[in-house]
Design a protein. Structure first.
Length: 75
């Protein structure tokens, strides 16, 4: 069985000197791959953490205001 076939069933853990060093995941959806890559991206995590901090400090905008801004940008 190849690694590609094996990871369709479950994640494949790669070990070096009997210690896990990597995981192979089978990704079938490009959006899933993007979410996975971003979730492990330090720059993206920094952006998210900064945004969460601003929201905690009351500097965020409400749900409706957000979507109003999105609609303005679309037109």
């Amino acid at each position: 069985m190849t690694f590609q076939e094996a990871c369709k069933e479950k994640p494949v853990v790669i070990a070096q000197n009997q210690k896990p060093v990597a995981v192979l995941l089978c990704v079938t959806d490009p959006e899933e791959l993007e979410r996975l890559v971003l979730s492990y991206s330090p720059p993206f995590q920094n952006i998210l953490n900064s945004a969460k901090q601003r929201i905690r400090e009351g500097q965020g905008i409400g749900h409706e205001a957000f979507w109003e801004e999105v609609e303005k940008g679309i037109h």
